[in-house]
Write a protein that binds this ligand. Structure first.
Ligand code: C5P
Length: 422
């Protein structure tokens, strides 16, 4: 049992999507971590799961109606909105996000969401195209501006034969994100104000800005059990996302498979392959700043991984034809319209770091390259320090001393905020 959720009370709003069944598992996971859960089901949710099932798992009554005679004598929805430590919305459908963003209060769930001053975490789940639709992007930006925290959606297969970002984050990921949100709220007065409260403590040069960060490696499947990968830990990219959030930006982090925790206050989209990463990046735009810190695999196996493991047959070297992956940095740098004002690439090199980086800035069309030496001597891949050189599009260059990756991230974010303002 973790300390953060022990004895915490969570108001869980379950929206009407196929992922509602995972909300039942979420109730169990939250209770395993010591929280009590008060379920609220929308009418749509009740098409997928029953209030009885939610109540049985929560060990307490599930709420469904705005006008409930038993509760209303006690101004029920206001009480619900107050008597908890946090509100979690899972799954948050496109429609529920739209109603939240618009301030609707036409059922119990939306009324509670409008009446509450508690921190809110939402786990969106919807069709890929609905998530990428400009209306949903606007609603997401509005909710982020209101201080609502996001977890997911993840990329991957969904109910429809499509893949891309849209699948609800897993119950344990939601519980982890809730712990982070509550830890961040700390002893500050809970509610939407807690984020603003943090703001007073430190400068927020990226307030009102949207920042997109890619991080981690990609995995390119060869067959169901093998993949091509690299040694990226995701530490530098994740630190940049965290620093941008601390600087006040609304941050989306598109991350390949990593073993480190999600940064606080950041919407994380998990992907595996380069192609999924590109789709998630496109869905997360527009942004003011895009930082491409992921170590994207340059190649992937030519044939799609099937469902059967490839067997060796003893006939000599295995043929593994590779094809090039899309270059996400170059694609976004050349977008017109829709190019972020600042596009930043990374160059991990093992030799002649600066020469390679100078060539790369022209080839990729970005505004800034952060170059580092990942040779055995430089030894930064997977490590906790980084010695970087900044190469700007106009030719200006600067080298920073060897610093912790968190400090590199803080300085880089401050530098980007200045560039954006100038
Ligand atoms: O070409 P190279 O891999 O050295 O370039 C590194 C930079 O390009 C990094 O910023 C990386 O995130 C980005 N990149 C990308 N998509 C690829 C390959 C690299 O966004 N397919």
């Amino acid at each position: 049992m973790t300390e953060t959720l022990a004895r915490r009370r969570v108001l869980l709003v379950i929206g009407g999507g196929i992922a509602a069944y995972k909300a039942l598992d979420l109730i169990r996971r939250l209770r395993e971590r010591g929280a009590s859960v008060c379920p609220v089901l929308t009418a749509g949710a009740q098409e997928f799961v029953t209030p009885l099932a939610a109540a049985a798992l929560a060990g307490e009554r599930a709420h469904t109606d705005l006008f409930d005679r038993a509760e209303e004598a006690d101004i029920g929805h206001i009480k619900l909105a107050r008597q908890a430590d946090a509100v979690v919305v899972a799954p948050a459908t496109a429609n529920l996000m739209a109603r939240m963003a618009g301030g609707h209060a036409d059922d119990l769930a939306t009324t509670v969401l409008l009446a509450t001053t508690l921190p809110i975490l939402i786990a969106p789940a919807m069709n890929v195209r609905m998530w990428a639709h400009p209306a949903t992007r606007r609603n997401r930006a509005t909710l982020e501006g209101d201080g609502v925290c996001f977890v997911g959606p993840n990329a991957g297969r969904m109910a429809e034969p499509e893949s891309g970002p849209g699948r609800m984050a897993e119950p344990n990921e939601i519980a982890d994100a809730l712990e982070r949100m509550l830890a961040q709220a700390g002893d500050a007065r809970p509610g939407l104000g807690f984020l603003a409260g943090r703001a007073e403590a430190q400068p927020r040069p990226l307030a009102g800005r949207r920042v997109l960060v890619t991080s981690g490696p990609t995995h390119e499947p060869i067959d169901p059990v093998r993949y091509i990968a690299n040694r990226s830990s995701g530490r530098q990219g994740h630190a940049i996302a965290a620093a941008a959030a601390q600087a006040g930006a609304a941050v989306t982090l598109v991350s390949g498979p990593v073993a480190i925790p999600d940064p606080a206050g950041v919407a994380v989209v998990r992907v595996e392959t380069a192609r999924e990463m590109l789709a998630a990046v496109e869905a997360a735009l527009p942004a003011d700043i895009a930082v491409f810190a992921a170590a994207v695999a340059d190649w992937r196996p030519q044939s799609e991984a099937g469902t059967k493991k490839i067997k060796k047959d003893g006939s000599g070297p295995a043929p593994l034809p590779l094809v090039e992956n899309p270059d996400i940095l170059a694609t976004v740098s050349r977008m017109n319209p829709g190019r972020p004002a600042l596009v930043v690439g990374f160059a991990a090199e093992t030799d002649t770091v600066l020469d390679h980086a100078r060539a790369k800035i022209a080839r990729k069309g970005c505004d800034l390259i952060v170059a580092n030496d990942v040779s055995a001597e430089g030894g930064v891949m997977g490590g906790s320090d980084n010695a970087v050189h900044l190469i700007h599009r106009d030719g200006a260059e600067e080298s920073w001393p060897r610093l912790g990756k968190d400090e590199v991230a803080r300085r880089l974010v401050a530098h980007l905020a200045e560039l954006l303002d100038s």
